[in-house]
Design a protein around this ligand. Structure first.
Ligand code: DAH
Length: 346
């Protein structure tokens, strides 16, 4: 038996392997439960007692050598564990993809940054608001047909004998933040208010029951329509490129007088006319105007001393112009195939 052990020892000492698979095969051949060494252990039980000491010693040497050799072979193929070399032990073991911002967040931040450069500060107001802040104080009288322009979600139905202006509703526009800020602050006021708004509309590719707006308000002494136009031109060029032209058309909003709507030269065809701008060369992007003196007075600001301009735009609309998203619903479906397409420094 000693001779056989010696033969195995020689064999083990000369083992080589070309890859991890071969090492595993050698481990099974020598060290597994049915391997050569286990077989020798079984034989060992049957030998005479006086031989046990000597054979046992040889067997132990063989066993140790086999373990040593297999480990030595493994070290060649398996990367060393522990510190040292260029290994970064704090790294995760799998690559984590960096997330991207939602396209509406990117556009919202961009709009706020542009107005931030003009000195506007961010202001916020509640999404669940009352009829007074969303309509009445913005010069929409109780039975004003302009209230029909916006289909409102009501949180609580008005009681018949309740006074007007106390209905709890979801805000239909961010113009309500104007009122809250003017109620709370003295001019000069220069704010930009991004936020979500709600309207009771059937959901389709071009309308949704919630969307996002940015409202800007500037109130101070001697604020004129020229100041508004200057800010609009700056915004359009910063947002859509230096070559962008703006056009103002007269319009109507209860809280501004005069009111206007601003178009920009179509950023797809450069104003030459295409299907996107319905061959007009212009696309509408926002509503604006001089704050109606009655609105200033409603908020305790003297309209003889102060004047202001306001403007409001839909963030989805701007995002569509920038990214050509032709179905509004994509913005709220959380489809990663859509969301992963947007990366930005913002
Ligand atoms: N609140 C208007 C809307 O939701 C948008 C708007 C128009 C805001 C004119 C303004 C403004 O501040 O001056 O349709």
């Amino acid at each position: 038996m000693i001779n056989e052990i010696k033969r195995l020892l020689k064999e083990v000492e000369e083992l080589t392997a070309a890859n991890a698979g071969e090492i595993e095969a050698l481990r099974i051949k020598y060290l597994s439960k049915k391997g050569e060494i286990a077989r020798m252990m079984n034989n060992f039980r049957e030998i005479a007692a006086e031989q046990k000491k000597e054979v046992g010693q040889h067997l132990n040497i063989l066993k140790e050598k086999a373990h040593e050799k297999i480990n030595e072979l493994r070290e060649k193929f398996v990367e060393p564990e522990g510190a040292g070399g260029d290994f970064d032990l704090t790294r995760t073991s799998y690559p984590i993809a960096l997330g991207s911002r939602h396209p509406l967040s990117i556009v919202q931040k961009e709009i706020c940054d542009i107005f931030g450069r003009l000195g506007f500060n961010i202001a916020a107001g509640p999404e669940i608001d009352d009829d007074e802040h969303v309509f009445s104080m913005l010069n929409f009288p109780d039975d004003h047909p302009a209230r029909d322009m916006q289909d409102t979600f009501f949180i609580e139905n008005k009681q018949v004998d309740e006074p007007a202006g106390r209905e709890i509703i979801l805000r239909t526009h961010t113009s309500s933040v104007q009122i809250r800020v003017m109620n709370a602050q003295e001019p000069p006021i220069r704010i930009i208010c991004p936020g979500r708004v709600y309207r009771n509309e059937a959901i389709s590719y071009r309308a949704h029951c919630f969307f996002h707006q940015v409202e800007a308000l500037y109130v101070d002494r001697n604020v004129s329509f020229a100041d508004l136009k200057q800010a609009l031109d700056f915004f359009a060029k910063e947002m859509f490129g230096k070559e962008t032209q703006i056009r103002l058309r007269p319009s109507y909003f209860p809280f501004t007088e005069p009111s206007g709507e601003m178009d920009i030269s179509c950023n797809l065809c450069g104003g030459r006319g295409c299907s996107f701008c319905k061959h007009t060369g212009w696309v509408e992007i926002l509503g604006c105007g001089m704050v109606d003196p009655a609105v200033l007075a409603n908020c305790g600001i003297n309209p003889d001393e102060y004047s202001g301009y306001a403007l409001g735009m839909g963030i989805e609309r701007i995002a569509n112009l920038k990214y050509r998203v032709n179905d509004l619903r994509l913005f709220s479906e959380n489809d990663l195939r859509f969301l992963k397409q947007f990366t930005s420094a913002y």
